[in-house]
Ligand binder design. Structure first.
Ligand code: 5RP
Length: 223
């Protein structure tokens, strides 16, 4: 099975976690794009979605799915999103699509995080994927030095040769060389560094369930 087929498989499998009659939280990325396509088949049965990025909003709306502002609605039953890495406890690294801040906000607003991923994302220790961190641009150099003190190397994410600008008007640092053995403590610490908007470790907003696509089918991991 190709990676695209694996993503389609979990995108479809996630439909069973969507609660009819309830607004669904929708993440960002190529796996979520498959879920959005599948969600179109449930259009009449859900009022709509809260989206975690401009990119997902465009896709949802193009398929006729209503998008609600997170601030207009209360708690969501479920949030469905991909991950760049997930460990055996449901802790994740996210932000490969630069949408980590809004993803964390919608995840925090939801009772249940259902992660959809292919088995290449499953790791023992978080840190293999460069850790995305959304930062206020004036703090970039200092935050990079703070990561250096932890053994990491931080680089500003570029797009077309210039710093990528997120949906929130900020920049992304991608940090390599870390081994994140205590995700809860790490997330808490980095989040309080001045200038950090959001760190891409999702430990406080971890997955409750992960639908992992493998060549043998979808594996369901519960945490
Ligand atoms: C975007 C994310 C994505 O969930 C993550 O990058 C996984 O994306 P994909 O499904 O394309 O592999 O965190 O900010």
């Amino acid at each position: 099975m190709t990676q695209d087929e694996l993503k389609a498989l979990v995108g479809q499998a996630a439909l069973k976690y969507v609660v009819p009659g309830e607004i669904v939280g929708v993440g960002t990325g190529s796996t979520v794009n498959k879920f959005i396509e599948a969600l179109a088949s449930m259009k009449g049965r859900v009022p709509g979605a809260v989206s975690s990025s401009n990119a997902s909003t465009e896709r949802l709306q193009a398929l006729g799915i209503r998008v609600f502002d997170a601030a207009e609605v209360g708690e969501l039953a479920v949030y469905i999103d991909g991950a760049d890495e997930i460990d055996g406890r449901g802790y994740m690294v996210k932000g490969g699509g630069a949408a980590l801040t809004r993803e964390k906000i919608v995840a925090a607003q939801s009772r249940r995080f259902v992660c959809i991923a292919d088995d290449s994302k499953r790791v023992e220790v978080l840190g293999r994927f460069p850790l995305p961190v959304e930062v206020i641009p004036m703090a970039t150099q200092r935050i990079a030095r703070q990561f250096q003190a932890l053994g990491g190397t931080a680089r500003v994410r570029l797009k077309d040769g210039v710093p990528l600008v997120t949906d929130n008007g900020q920049h992304i640092l991608d940090v390599t060389g870390l081994q994140i053995r205590e995700p809860l403590a790490f997330e808490s610490e980095v989040n309080q560094w001045p200038g950090v908007v959001t760190v891409g470790v999702f430990a406080h907003q971890k997955a409750a369930v992960c639908l992992l696509a493998t060549a043998r089918g979808v594996q369901t991991l519960e945490f």
